[in-house]
Design a binder for this molecule. Structure first.
Ligand code: NOJ
Length: 785
């Protein structure tokens, strides 16, 4: 075969030229096979009505008009992007805006808990309510498309700069919460954009620069399906109207022109009916990207032409079939109809002035009903990992001492709420334009944001809070109620301690932002601060606002450190929520959505991103050779003891587990899942069938009503030791045992078979565990399939 001999030749020449620098991308490990033509939207039953209307509208458009709506224009509003319009048919185009934690760059919106915080809540209903209310804000502002949720990065690189935007390192937890988020945003009438598709696991070399291509995430087929694609399948199943292709390359082809990923996996295997939008500037080729499955190029397209004229030309000269351009337009318009945006949708970008300081009619998007979910969402993402000597809850203290740069409000809030780059934490981002932010760090980017508390990370996922309740704000208010005296020092790394103090509260953070990976998982300044306070105060309580994993081994076993809270990124009600938890007005209910190691070396690649190296200096390669074994699956595989395991979190009571019951549903067959079971959004329909049910009883063995997150793990024969495949968050009163239920779908027990290209369910025994974390699993049984 010709291709075989070329391959042999390439191998030969590669070995001859060993150590030489690669100057073309024809020879690589990690190849993307071509998959053409691009499958058109089918009008599957759940999209049928929208599809029909879209066909009717698009069939009236000229080729030029169809091409025009697939490219972005420099927005006249504050929208992150705007599509072209068809004035002749009164089609006014779409406003597309960031992001997954709230609407950015405008006024009169809320700053919601970030993705990692929602992940730590393990609460499906909370994820839905947050998304519904957040989505309502996008709609009121005339934003058709929300650029969230984030399910990639998934946290393969512990130092990843954007891990905090996503929910969890576990695909099942991430997928479940993404599903709720997509439904919530879209129930509000706004198109959700699940991003970034796919393998976008590091910021380092995410884009081509100076002759160096973006890194290539080299992912084998099984790993792709069982890990990175998993939450995208949830999102597509929930009807995500848009998917954003990512900056990086995957198997050496840019994600936005990767026909295997777009035409093959997303639009064929997952039956995706919406549109693929490029990340901003992620398009790197012309009609090839259209042929490969890209539908909309943002924020503009030099490749397709300012008004899509190059696409039109490509059709006219026979390079691209017009049917592809028709499909691109139809997918976009169908998503618009699918969310009901043809009826009573506010004018495009009506609440999105490009400059807040130029005259504009105010558009108030903060619905009073959001208040409840802002505070509940903030409460639920706090994870208590240490609490000894009855340190918490605080009980009518006479004197509290407050330390650390993360306790007070960031000073920019003193200059004012809505502004051009908007929002307290935005200034910590890579677009920082202020020079009064002091970072106590000699690394770039800084490991901590040292000039006040953080409520989100930085970059396009930062949010635009209406206010910030900082820890110290809320502590002062509580002190007023309780007649508590306060002592504070936010500046000194070795502060003095009043020996009469009841407790020393130390606030630190771990900062992360789009555009850069973190330079470590703990920092010396914060560690020294904690140890210095602990050396003088025998009731030192540490709170960490962490935009990703933060190690604690420098001080966690210090006997004077009595309580530790991973407070994540709670959004604008941060301090208010924390104080309610510290004082026991509310109970902690969060669990870690990732593993905290004892040191960096425990993580894949030491937690660090891949760098351009050796012969691949111009074409950086990131080989995902660990397969599906990231986070707790990797720790289990390598027998590494974590500091705090995935799923761990304490509260003000204890629980016991009993009465495990495992029931297979009658109809289970291990026949292959490939068609004739139809393809629906999310893949083969039968994958979503519930085939087994598990129940267990949880009893509150303490004396305070608290919520528990009961977790179910499965050993799928041949796979990781255990994989999360169910969770249920329930409030459990004292003395009233509660039955928790878990539904197992066919997909939850299947593995991807590379040879036959389908999910297969194996016959035989599946070990099942239920308990309160990935390493505290008192109930064990076997499911026989
Ligand atoms: C780049 C980011 O990667 C993406 O998440 C964001 O939505 C766009 N910029 C638009 O700001």
């Amino acid at each position: 075969m010709v291709s075989f001999s070329i391959w042999q030749l390439l191998l030969l020449s590669a070995s001859v030229a060993q150590a030489a620098e690669i100057t073309s991308d024809t020879y690589f490990y990690g190849q993307s096979p071509p998959v053409y033509p691009s499958p058109p939207i089918t009008g599957t039953p759940s999209w049928a009505a929208a599809f029909e209307k879209a066909v009717a509208l698009v069939s009236q458009m000229t080729l030029e008009e169809k091409a025009n709506i697939t490219v972005g224009y420099s927005p006249l509003t504050g929208c992150s992007g705007e599509t072209g319009t068809v004035p002749r048919l009164n089609w006014t185009g779409l406003c597309i805006s960031d992001a997954g934690n709230g609407l950015r760059s405008t006024d009169f919106v809320n700053g919601w808990p970030s993705g990692i915080h929602v992940g730590a809540s393990w609460d499906r209903n909370m994820a839905y309510q947050r998304a519904l209310h957040m989505g309502g804000e996008f709609k009121t502002k005339g934003v058709h498309v929300a650029l969230g949720p984030v399910v990639g990065p998934l946290g393969r690189v512990a130092q990843g700069g954007r891990n905090w935007e996503g929910f969890s390192n576990d695909p099942y937890l991430c997928g479940a919460l993404a599903s709720e988020t997509v439904q919530g945003i879209q129930d509000a009438g706004v198109i959700a954009t699940t991003k970034h598709y796919i393998g976008y696991e590091q910021e380092t070399n995410r884009n081509p620069s100076g002759g160096v291509e973006a890194y290539s995430a080299n992912i084998d087929d099984k790993t792709l399906h069982e890990l990175y694609l998993w939450p995208f399948a949830n999102a597509v199943h929930s009807g995500s109207g848009a998917i954003m292709c990512s900056y990086n390359r995957v198997n050496n082809s840019y994600s936005c022109q990767n026909s295997k990923l777009l035409n093959g996996i997303l639009k064929t295997e997952l039956g995706f009916e919406g549109f693929v939008v490029s990340d901003w500037g992620a398009q790197h080729t012309g009609y090839d990207s259209a042929a490969a499955g890209l539908d909309v190029a943002m924020p503009s397209s030099s490749y397709w032409g300012l008004d899509g004229n190059n696409l039109t030309e490509a059709v006219k000269n026979g390079s691209l079939p017009e049917s592809r351009v028709t499909d691109m337009a139809t997918r976009l318009v169908a998503s618009w109809y699918q969310m009901g945006q043809d009826v009573d949708f506010p004018a495009r970008g009506v609440g999105m002035p490009s400059k807040f300081y130029t005259p504009h009619p105010p558009v108030y998007a903060r619905d009073p009903s959001s208040k409840q979910f802002l505070i509940e969402g903030a409460l639920e993402g706090h994870v208590l990992v240490k609490n000894v000597n009855n340190a918490l809850p605080l009980n009518n203290p006479k004197l509290i001492s407050v330390y650390g740069y993360d306790a007070p409000s960031p000073p920019e809030m003193n200059v004012g709420g809505p502004n051009d780059f908007i929002g307290g934490t935005w200034v910590y981002g890579y677009e920082s334009t202020l020079d009064y932010i002091v970072f106590i760090s000699d690394t770039s980017p800084p490991q901590i944001a040292a000039n006040g508390t953080i409520i989100s990370g930085g970059g396009s996922g930062a949010n635009a809070p209406a206010y910030i309740s900082a820890p110290f704000d809320a502590i002062k208010e509580q002190a007023y109620q309780d007649d508590t005296s306060l002592f504070w020092d936010f500046l000194n790394v070795d502060p003095t301690v009043d020996t009469s103090t009841d407790a020393c509260l130390v606030f630190i953070n771990a900062f992360a932002t789009e555009g850069d990976d973190r330079t470590g998982l703990h920092d010396d300044y914060s560690d020294a601060l904690i140890l210095n306070v602990a050396s003088k105060c025998n009731n030192t309580i540490v709170t960490i606002h962490n935009a990703g994993i933060r190690l604690v081994d420098q001080w966690i076993e210090h006997p004077n450190i009595t309580a530790v809270v991973f407070a994540h990124l709670p959004g604008q009600d941060s301090g208010r929520a924390l104080v309610q938890l510290l004082y026991g007005q509310q109970s902690f209910s969060g669990k870690l959505p990732y593993t905290v190691a004892k040191n960096e070396s425990a993580y894949t690649n030491g937690g660090e991103p891949s760098l351009p190296e050796g012969e691949y200096t111009l074409f950086p390669q990131s080989n995902f050779t660990e397969g599906v074994y990231i986070d707790y699956k990797y720790f289990d595989q390598k027998n590494i003891t974590p500091r705090y395991e995935f799923g761990f979190g304490l509260t003000y009571t204890t629980f016991s587990y009993s009465n495990l019951s495992i029931n297979k549903l009658e109809t289970v067959s291990t026949a292959p899942t490939a068609p004739p079971s139809p393809i629906i959004p999310g893949g083969v329909a039968s994958l979503w069938d519930v085939i087994a049910q598990v129940t267990a009883v949880v009893t509150n063995t303490g004396n305070v009503t608290c919520a528990e997150v009961a977790q179910l793990y499965v050993n799928i024969p041949g796979g990781p030791v255990k994989q999360l495949r169910g969770f249920s968050k329930v409030g459990i009163p004292v003395g009233e045992p509660v039955t928790v239920e878990f539904d197992l779908m066919r997909r939850d027990l299947s593995t991807w078979d590379v040879a036959s290209q389908q999910w297969l369910l194996q016959g035989g025994g599946y070990e099942i565990w239920v308990g309160s974390s990935s390493r505290d699993l008192p109930l064990k049984g076997t499911l026989i399939i």
